[in-house]
Ligand binder design. Structure first.
Ligand code: SF4
Length: 186
């Protein structure tokens, strides 16, 4: 059943409020150019759930030798996650934003937290609902340029993580809603 509705620049897909930026913005990470700087910069770690913290803790012995000394020291002191100033549980970082779990060739975790997988979509709890926004960040300019070249909307680029987070049926409804929105000339 199609349960989508729209309120200005917000589309309601099931119990999820989707900002239209996610439909209208083209995006495709270009890691060869940006170097994955989203894992190195910023003022906090990546949001994680309690289950994801337990999963990271289970993997810690295996990945420990690959962590740099500063990351090991942060984790020894505060654990794999901490509560940020907004009260959200986030992965531990070194210094101003370098993820503790970033190795020389990328993420050391076998399965990244869903918030990392979904980036640059950011999720926000809104009471019983969930809101999804596109997080614009200058360091992603190469991702925007490649997305525009490929004419690839953000919601299509992030199909796999959106399905991981909300399921196949929800994604099918998002696609239907997005196509109707785009064909309306909005
Ligand atoms: S989210 Fe931005 S910084 Fe991170 S890999 Fe994609 S384009 Fe690069």
């Amino acid at each position: 059943m199609d349960s989508s509705r729209s309120f200005g620049n917000i589309l309601m897909v099931g119990e999820v409020l989707v900002h239209t930026d996610i439909i209208t913005t083209c995006f495709c990470c270009d890691i060869g150019k940006c170097g994955g700087r989203c894992c190195e910069e910023g003022d906090a770690g990546a949001p994680v759930t309690l289950d994801e913290i337990a999963y990271i803790e289970d993997q810690l012995d295996a990945i420990w030798p690959g962590l740099n000394a500063q990351a090991q020291s942060v984790i020894d002191r505060q654990g794999v996650a901490y509560t940020d100033p907004e009260g959200e549980l986030v992965t531990s970082i070194v210094g101003s934003g370098d993820c503790c779990f970033r190795g020389p060739k990328g993420c050391l975790l076998k399965e990244r937290p869903v918030s990392c997988h979904l980036y640059p979509i950011r999720e926000k709890k809104l009471g019983p609902l969930v809101g999804l926004n596109y997080h614009r960040w200058a360091i992603c300019k190469d991702g925007v340029a490649l997305g525009e070249k490929l004419k690839l909307p953000l919601y299509k680029f992030l199909r796999e993580p959106l399905i991981r987070r909300f399921g196949e049926a929800w994604y099918a409804e998002l696609e239907e809603t997005a196509e109707a929105y785009l064909s309306s000339g909005y």
